[in-house]
Write a protein that binds this ligand. Sequence first.
Ligand code: OAD
Length: 254
Amino acid sequence: MSIQPEQTQQAAQIIDKSQSIVILTGAGVSAESGLATFRDPEEGHWSKYDPMELATIHAFNKDPELVTRWYHWRFTRARDVDPNPGHHAIAALQKHKSDINQSLTLITQNVDGLHQRAGATDVVEIHGTIHTWRCTITNKETPLRNLSFEHFPIPSEAGGLMRPCIVWFGETLPQEALERSFKAMAECDLFISIGTSGTVEPAASFILAAKENGAKTIEINRDPTPNTGFVDVALLGASGQVLPQVLSEIRIEI
Ligand code: OAD
């Protein structure tokens, strides 16, 4: 039973009627898989480090071993957990919309690859991915499975170091991912923000841009965000619980 039955139904009806949907996700969708968000405290050894301070080129230049070890640890966490019902619901909705010749563009700020493992396709990874690393000198990319993590940091063939293909604070977002995001936002009739604090630009402004283009807006988040006040429907709760409830209203199987 939904704790917000009216909003759940409203959201389901809007989703059902919309033909071109954009979903933006953040760390909150992976929380129920067991991955810590950026603003919730981590447990264990790495809890004493602030992710905001490690996810920068300055931190990497200053202590490449520390930053490489941290990302390797984040990779092993992402590899060892499973997608949760929230990831599966998004993938099921995307498939359903595609089956009836409608569209759902999934934009994620997450680098963990869990959406793809749940079956989502063409995911726009605006903050990059932890599963590919590149040389600091040549930018040549290598899938993480081909790298050896025997030494930290990891030397590259060209004499530089390997770093994850992740957008660090102060770095620009991948051009193609940005272009795809803006195109989808200009064309969508519904924008759904899920599990993101809406505080890191440019993704934080996507929902406003879509609204200004005339799209309806829905937010699904455990806590209120700066966007909660202006969306058409705000559903407060864990995405792994809320999303399956919304989809069951319109009989989409996960
Ligand atoms: P944040 O950690 O900023 O926010 C996570 C949001 O998810 C918060 O608003 C939580 O209330 C919410 N949340 C937590 N558990 C949830 C659940 N089970 N269901 C739904 N919502 C839940 O993560 P992001 O918004 O993704 O950037 O952060 C954006 C960017 O800031 C990240 O991509 C990263 C970070 O610095 C880079 O690394 C470049």
